[in-house]
Design a protein around this ligand. Sequence first.
Ligand SMILES: Cc1cc2nc3c(=O)[nH]c(=O)nc-3n(C[C@H](O)[C@H](O)[C@H](O)COP(=O)(O)O)c2cc1C
Length: 396
Amino acid sequence: MSKTWFETVAEAQRRAKKRLPKSVYSALVAGSEQGVTISDNTAAFGELGFAPHVAGLSATRELATTVMGQSISMPVVISPTGVQAVHPDGEVAVARAAAARGVAMGLSSFASKPVEDVTAVNPQTFFQMYWVGSREVLLQRMERARKAGAVGLIMTLDWSFSSGRDWGSPTIPEKVDLKAMVRMAPETLVRPRWLLEFAKTGILPDLTTPNLKAPGGVAPTFFTAYGEWMQTPLPTWEDVAWLRKQWGAPFMLKGVMRVDDAKRAVDAGVTAISVSNHGGNNLDGTPASIRALPAIAEAVGEQVEVLLDGGIRRGSDVVKALALGARAVLIGRAYLWGLAANGQAGVENVLDILRGGIDSAVLGLGHSSIHDLTHCDVVMPPGFTRDLGLNAAAQL
Ligand SMILES: Cc1cc2nc3c(=O)[nH]c(=O)nc-3n(C[C@H](O)[C@H](O)[C@H](O)COP(=O)(O)O)c2cc1C
């Protein structure tokens, strides 16, 4: 067995920690304020059990499905992450790995690689946008993604500019110039493999956001883009419906945690929602997304595709989410750790781990297809779910 192969996502995380400069690793781990939500995202999966069968199991299992019109080989999609400096090949390596494993790619508008380079290697790309800038600017960015071949749009709304972290936020320079390199030297020099990867390409991470570049302009730095976002008037449900209409193709609203918001998303005409709390990076104290899933799936699962993200570290987590009503899941940190550990091959490794785990759980539960999973496959402790916004939804 090669030394670069790893057995679990936990091992990928350990390797990412060893390999990345401290500030880059801590940006991945993130989690706002006290970290209540980020911890609950993973702990909640641990509270759920399985009700397995032992005989009469199926020799073959169907894992394929569709999300927003795309056929995928298993119910897993790459979640968009606006994170920089993990690996020189960045989102292009992730997109290649996803394509190699038959998985769709979500690309953040804050990503380090241009959408054209990503769609070129994975045609199943969904472009993700926040509500940043004027309607005119939003349309420009959206049309660029369409021209590049993006097959779906993800609008992420769950961001309320929380900034403090009890564990200490990483120091991210405005741009990587000589001054920044000298300041970061103590942490980068002790990570020679990371440095070598970048040195081989001859390019240092420049911390810019090429997908937010105005026509004929230069890519803004991460902080400039974030500043523009902070000054943009906050979006309304009419804005959501407007953007969906402008896109006119498969459209996902990411970050829904309440039944009333899920119903409003249906009214706005979305194709899909992701039940998500931004991986615990947003409003701390929001419950784990898996706790909110059952009520939302029950309320709108017949009308739109319901996905989930937050805390997926194993194939069995994916199976639990499907049993509780998700069509598929999105993964964030799991693939970022794989990317840090071993580039494209590391992301493929993570996807293989998830596939193996999904297959094993579906086998143990006595099914021949992921489409046969139900609540009965899962042992749920009393009080597990949180029906956020259920009463308010009844008034709509
Ligand atoms: C470092 C980092 C950056 C992220 N950036 C974005 C982003 O730009 N757009 C977005 O929609 N979600 C973003 N997310 C949230 C992820 O898409 C996803 O919701 C979350 O990571 C899922 O939780 P998990 O990491 O436990 O799988 C980010 C998450 C992380 C960890």
